[in-house]
Design a binder for this molecule. Structure first.
Ligand code: SAT
Ligand code: MN
Length: 593
């Protein structure tokens, strides 16, 4: 096969000349092609068949033990001007980066098949969707891209019609961490990734295209590419509000996107609809509202912790036609991870399970599955124009200080709240786990340009005629003195979402505080939750001294981005700091006198 689009054909020829594959396969995305790939990988050992009685169409992939997560320290944004990449990215000059990568790619596909994968991010007929082509020598990547994107003939037709596409070149190389780089050239709409076969490093449609390159494109085209789930909340009257929520990797986006309402809510007729679990592209519509699409077609979700208690929807989604990566297996060859009943016999590296070696499933082990298999898959998930957003939510893992929920005063305040987001690190990226770091809008690893310019772009959406969503911040991860979580989370998070919708609808007056609006007493419907009032008070408390210190830290953080940080955001930080100052409790001595 070949393409009638000259730019595409020329690029494929150039890559073949450089990488010297034994053959070239243009992916058509058909079932037959997928089955052939699976059979091939079963032979090579890239896939291992799981119990087909309990898990039809399910396979296990074991990645190299040193290749189990994204590698932020080896990920670069290569803009001509270093300033454009910003202090939030590692930077390399494009000529140097191309030379380095092309040297690695030289002859790397000898004896192997080079796959050409045309794909579309977003519903194939959506004006918000964007296309790309990934060239890879990994059949595992092809199989995953087929599930995660609209891949094959229809995407190629759109690319040939439009004439433009993002170029992604990938090789697993030797899987040597010393010869591993993920390079982005936003000005050339190009990605080069070498030396890793894992998730976000190798499935180039996902973080590389749909976030890093897309965020850069979105800046000049007037839209936003964000690390957000999209969920529809239907109330008993049948009205659906759509909410987009940003959390860092492995902080429960998939769980929130597939939330099951608490018993009482279910009886009353509440329903939750899943539109997306990781990435959200949004753009103002003619009516001034923000419309969102999920550019992905599947979930690449974290397996550990997924259970009948935490996310029964996910569990039924992945009961068939799923690729598991780095999970453990049971005696009867079923996939297993921490949080599931039963017990593992073989760990994620294929060794007999021994607790002395750590968890049986890798903490960042994953499932890849078609979004359509989710029982709560939204009937509007494929709407070409997207779904209108009522609310945007920011959140992170914050064991202390940050209340369960608060609402921004307005859009600019919301942008400050998003910019100030912090979270404890997780196993989704290589490095220490459980360390607090600022992760503005959960985009620290994914914003393809300078954070100062990025916040300016966010602020620019607030213009006459705009009917923007309300912005909230949540913290499901607040801990008590004994280290246990104060809020039950999961399905009960709907109680918090309901309060947000009440705010959107003007039904909850809320309580004004210097940091934003919190639920007034009784506004959060806690129903039969057995939370004592002291816990509720802690969850909704604004600790004055703590927040004063937090605002100072946020101020310093904003300054660390230098002159490109918009003045409006500094002004917002100062406004909140001043409001805190004015609301300061009187010093003890003053009270006494
Ligand atoms: O980057 S991945 O796509 O592997 C998963 C994540 O970190 O969200
Ligand atoms: Mn993610």
């Amino acid at each position: 096969m070949s393409s009638k689009l000259e730019a595409l054909q020329r690029w494929v020829d150039e890559v073949a000349k450089l990488t010297r594959p034994a053959q070239i396969h243009w992916c058509d995305g058909s079932d037959a092609e997928y089955q052939q790939l699976v059979q091939h990988m079963l032979k090579t050992g890239d896939l291992i068949e799981l119990n087909q009685q309990t898990h039809p169409g399910c396979y296990l992939h074991r990645s190299s033990p040193s290749d189990v997560a994204r590698v932020e320290h080896l990920t670069f944004v290569c803009t001509k001007d270093e300033e454009d990449a910003g202090p939030n990215n590692h930077w390399m000059a494009p000529t140097e980066a191309h030379a380095k990568m092309d040297a690695l790619f030289e002859g790397c596909m000898e004896g192997r098949t080079m796959y050409v994968i045309p794909y579309c991010m977003g519903p194939i007929d959506s004006p918000l969707a964007r296309c790309g082509v990934e060239i890879t020598d990994s059949p595992y990547v092809v199989a995953n891209m087929r599930t995660m994107t609209r891949m094959g003939a229809a995407a190629l037709a759109r690319i040939e019609r439009e004439g433009s596409f993002v170029k992604g070149l990938h090789s697993t190389g030797e899987l040597d961490p010393e010869r591993r780089f993920i390079m982005h050239f936003p000005e050339e709409l190009t990605i080069k990734s070498y030396g890793s076969g894992y998730g976000g490093n190798a499935l180039l449609g996902k973080k590389c295209h749909a976030l890093r390159i897309a965020s850069y494109q979105a800046k000049s085209e007037g839209w936003l590419a964000e690390h957000m789930l999209i969920v529809g909340i239907e109330n008993p009257k049948g009205e659906t509000h759509y909410v987009a929520a940003a959390f860092p990797s492995a902080c429960g986006k998939t769980n929130l996107a597939m939330l099951i309402p608490p018993e009482g809510y279910r009886q009353d007729g509440w329903k939750v609809w899943t539109v997306g679990d990781d990435i959200c592209w949004m753009r103002p519509g003619a009516d001034g509202r923000l419309y969102a699409i999920n550019p992905e077609a599947g979930y690449f979700g974290v397996a550990p912790g997924t259970s009948d208690n935490t996310n029964p929807n996910a569990l039924s989604t992945i009961a068939r036609d799923t690729i598991y990566t780095n999970v453990a297996i049971t005696a009867d060859n079923q996939p297993w991870w921490e949080g599931l009943p039963g017990k593992p016999v073989t760990d994620w590296q294929g060794r007999p399970y021994d607790p002395a070696n750590g968890p049986a499933a890798h903490p960042n082990s994953r499932f890849t599955v078609s979004a359509k298999q989710c029982p709560t898959w939204s009937p509007h998930a494929e709407d070409a124009q997207g779904v209108p957003l009522s609310a945007i939510v920011f959140g992170g893992r914050r064991p202390s200080l940050i209340p369960l929920v608060f609402e921004a005063k307005d859009w600019a305040h919301g942008v400050l709240i998003g910019a100030a987001m912090g979270s404890e690190t997780t196993a989704a990226a290589t490095g220490a786990v459980g360390v607090l770091r600022r992760d503005s809008m959960a985009m620290k690893p994914f914003a393809g340009y300078h954070y100062g310019d990025y916040f300016r772009h966010w602020l620019s959406f607030d213009k006459p005629g705009a009917k923007l969503p309300k912005i909230f911040h949540v913290n499901w991860f607040r801990k008590g003195e004994d280290g246990s979580f104060l809020w039950p989370g999961y399905g009960d998070n709907l109680r918090v979402l309901e309060w947000m919708i009440d705010r959107v609808e003007g039904r909850a007056p809320g309580k004004q505080t210097p940091i934003g609006t919190l639920p007034a007493h009784g506004e959060l419907k806690l129903g039969d939750l057995s939370l004592d009032s002291a816990t509720v008070d802690t969850l909704l408390d604004v600790d004055h001294a703590g927040w004063t210190a937090e605002l100072a830290a946020i101020g310093e953080y904003l300054h660390s981005f230098g002159a490109r940080m918009p003045q409006q955001l500094h002004a917002e930080q100062q406004r909140v700091a001043k409001a805190l100052d004015e609301a300061a409790p009187a010093p003890r001595s003053a009270v006494a006198s």
